[in-house]
Design a protein around this ligand. Structure first.
Ligand code: 13P
Ligand code: SF4
Length: 307
């Protein structure tokens, strides 16, 4: 404990020296979320980084998130404490794959989930997040074909909710895709009065069983405002830390023990200290990729939420 206290003190000291801001995604280890200046979803954190006047951003998350922060804040140094913390779903499609698709499918509008590499975003017309994907798709003129990248589960959910016909890349999040409808059914049997809240990266038959489907940040709002007292949660287990902390009178059950993203669990306080001391693992995006990728992110930010 004394050791942890010392380490936390060292992180604060280094952040002060470097004019740094510590960001942690909602799936990070409890102790990392605890010391972060801001916790949130992937895009919310990148926007926080852009708004801040800090010179150094320590992004506790995975590679595409630090890239998004670097795209939006080219004047800041963005550190990813564990350089190997990647996202298998983001890596299921490459910039070359999407360039080839575009060359032979010029009539499509390409909508890319922010959980993607900077290179893929650079070949994108408009980005989306799990929170605004339906609004983004509805915003596209009716006569245009739409291709969604890389998450097929998100695309299936958006197609159903938006009423628009979509085509999509065959990618998926291995963590969310592991959760089965059978596991959710058993949890519902064990906790019949609990509401089921899941992320749209889950399989369609799991999404079908949910009382509410939303992004990680949407889950905090929904569970806080809901009159229900018990919730079965279908997303990465890191979300439970703040859900329980902010709602001590409510009960949260993880839908399945398989809901752990190994990449999200890599970052430790020691890694943060090491990177800040040596100014290591700075993520940069070449200008020829950053500029078109930012255009796709900016196009998304211009879409009204309820359109
Ligand atoms: P959000 O936090 O944007 O909902 O994303 C979920 C996720 O899988 C991030 O890796
Ligand atoms: Fe990628 Fe899924 Fe892990 Fe998020 S939870 S970082 S989408 S593998």
């Amino acid at each position: 404990m004394e050791d942890l206290k010392e380490k936390v003190g060292r992180v604060r000291e280094l952040l002060h020296e470097r004019n740094g801001l510590l960001l942690a995604h909602n799936y990070q280890r409890d102790e990392v979320q605890e010391i972060a200046d801001v916790t949130g979803d992937s895009l919310g954190l990148s926007m926080e980084a852009a708004r801040s006047d800090a010179e150094v951003i320590v992004f506790c998350g995975v590679h595409f998130m630090a890239e998004s922060a670097a795209i939006l804040s080219p004047d800041k140094k963005v550190i990813l404490p564990r350089i190997e913390a990647g996202c298998p779903m983001a890596d299921m499609v490459t910039g070359d794959d999407l360039r080839e698709f575009r060359e032979s499918n010029r009539e499509h509008v390409v909508v890319t989930y922010v959980n993607s590499t900077a290179e893929v975003k650079a070949y994108t017309d408009i980005c989306c997040t799990s929170a605004n994907a339906i609004s983004v798709v509805r915003h596209i003129p009716e006569d245009r074909k739409i291709f969604m990248v890389p998450d097929k589960n998100l695309a299936l959910y958006v197609e159903k909710k938006s009423g628009r016909k979509l085509e999509w890349w065959d990618g998926y999040c291995p963590t969310h895709d592991r959760l089965t409808a059978e596991e959710v059914r058993k949890m519902k049997e064990a906790h019949p009065d609990a509401f089921v809240v899941v992320h749209p990266e889950c399989r369609p038959d799991v999404v079908e069983m949910a009382d509410h489907v939303c992004s990680t940040s949407g889950m905090y709002t929904y569970c806080r405002e809901s009159a229900a007292k018990k919730f079965i949660i279908g997303t990465e287990m890191g979300i439970l830390y703040r859900l329980r902390k902010e709602n001590p009178d409510k009960e949260f059950y993880l839908a399945s023990e398989v809901l752990i993203c190994p990449n999200m669990k890599l970052t430790t306080i020691d890694d943060i200290i090491e990177c800040l001391e040596g100014m290591k693992n700075i993520i940069t995006v070449p200008e020829e990729i950053r500029v078109p990728a930012k255009k796709a992110l900016d196009a998304m930010l211009g879409v009204p939420r309820d359109s």
